[in-house]
Design a protein around this ligand. Structure first.
Ligand SMILES: N[C@@H]1[C@@H](O)[C@H](O)[C@@H](COP(=O)(O)O)O[C@@H]1O
Length: 267
C-alpha cells in the first residue's frame, strides 16, 4: 500500500487529480488506447477538489475524457435523478456538467429508482466486466471506514448490491438533508468491497480530523470486516492520498515511514 501524505486538503486533491490525469494520458498513449479507460468514481465532500481540478484540466485542453468510461460507487435507493441529494445529481453538478468532451453514454450510475435492485446490481457488475474491469477506482471513506456504502461487517468479498445504512451513517449524512437523519434514505445500491478491490488500481482519499481513526484502521489495523476499508491491504495497487489532519491516529513511526518512502524516486 502507498500512503501519500499531503500538507492539506487542496494539495491532496491536486496530487490525486494529477495521478488520475497521468493514468488516463498514459492509457491513451499506450497499446490499449483502442479500448476506453475505465474510471470508478465516488461522491461526498472528499473528491470535490479533485473534480474541480480534473474539470479545469479538461477545459484547458490538457486532459480529454472522450475515451473514458465511468462507474460510480453508489446511489441512494428511492431518490430520482433530479433530487438534489441523489448521487446522479451530485455527479453532474460537481463534475460531468463541467467536462467538455465526456460522452453521456459513457457515464454509469446505479439507478436508485429501479423496481428490481437485484437485476440492476447484477447488470452493473456485468457491464463493468464487459469493459474488462475497472482500471482505476477513486473512492472516499466514511468515518466508520466504509467504502462506497459497505458498512461495517459487510463481507470483504461483497459484490454490487442493496445495502442497509447504519444509523451512524444516516446521522453523518443528515448534514445534506436538513440535519434530519430520518430524511436520509435508509437503503442504497452500492458496489461491493470485492468490486472495488478487483480494480487494477484503487485510490482512496482520506482527509480531515474526523477520518483519523478510519485512516489508522485502513493502514495499521488488522484486516477486518469491521473496517471494510482494511480490505485494501490485500490489494496490490492501493494508494491512500491523505492530508495531515487525517494522520492524527497514526503511530509516529508509520507516519515517518510513509513520508520517507514517498521521497524516494518511483519507477
Ligand atoms: N456513500 C458515500 C461514500 O462513498 C463516501 O466515501 C462517504 C464519505 O463522504 P465524505 O467525503 O463527504 O466524507 O460518504 C458516503 O457515505
Amino acid at each position: 500500500m502507498r500512503v501519500v501524505i499531503q500538507d492539506n486538503y487542496e494539495k491532496m486533491c491536486l496530487w490525486a487529480a494529477n495521478y488520475i490525469a497521468n493514468r488516463i494520458k498514459a492509457h491513451n498513449a499506450g497499446p490499449e488506447k483502442d479500448r476506453p479507460f475505465v474510471l470508478g468514481l465516488p461522491t461526498g465532500s472528499s473528491p470535490i477538489g479533485v473534480y474541480k481540478e480534473l474539470a479545469r484540466m479538461n477545459k484547458a485542453g490538457e486532459l480529454s475524457f472522450a475515451n473514458v468510461v465511468t462507474f460510480n460507487m453508489d446511489e441512494y435507493l428511492g431518490l430520482p435523478h433530479e433530487h438534489d441529494q441523489s448521487y446522479w445529481y451530485f455527479m453532474h453538478d460537481n463534475f460531468f456538467n463541467h467536462l467538455v468532451d465526456m460522452k453521456p453514454e459513457n457515464i454509469n450510475i446505479l439507478n436508485g429508482m429501479t423496481k428490481d435492485p437485484v437485476k440492476e446490481c447484477a447488470d452493473y457488475e456485468a457491464k463493468i466486466a464487459s469493459y474488462g474491469g475497472i482500471d482505476l477506482f477513486m473512492g472516499g471513506i466514511g468515518v466508520d471506514g466504509h467504502i462506497a456504502f459497505n458498512e461495517p461487517f459487510t463481507s470483504l468479498a461483497s459484490r454490487t448490491g442493496l445495502r442497509n445504512l447504519t444509523t451512524d451513517t444516516r446521522i453523518v449524512n443528515s448534514r445534506f438533508f436538513g440535519n434530519d437523519p430520518e430524511k436520509v434514505p435508509s437503503q442504497a445500491l452500492s458496489v461491493g468491497v470485492g468490486t472495488v478491490t478487483d480494480s487494477k488500481e484503487v485510490l482512496i482519499l482520506i482527509n480531515g480530523h474526523n477520518k483519523a481513526r478510519a485512516l489508522a484502521a485502513t493502514v495499521e489495523g488488522g484486516m477486518s470486516h469491521k473496517w471494510t476499508c482494511s480490505a485494501l491491504q490485500m490489494h496490490n495497487g492501493a494508494i491512500i492520498a491523505c492530508d495531515e489532519a487525517a494522520c492524527g491516529e497514526l503511530t509516529v513511526d508509520t507516519y515517518k515511514y510513509f513520508l520517507d518512502i514517498e521521497k524516494k524516486e518511483r519507477l
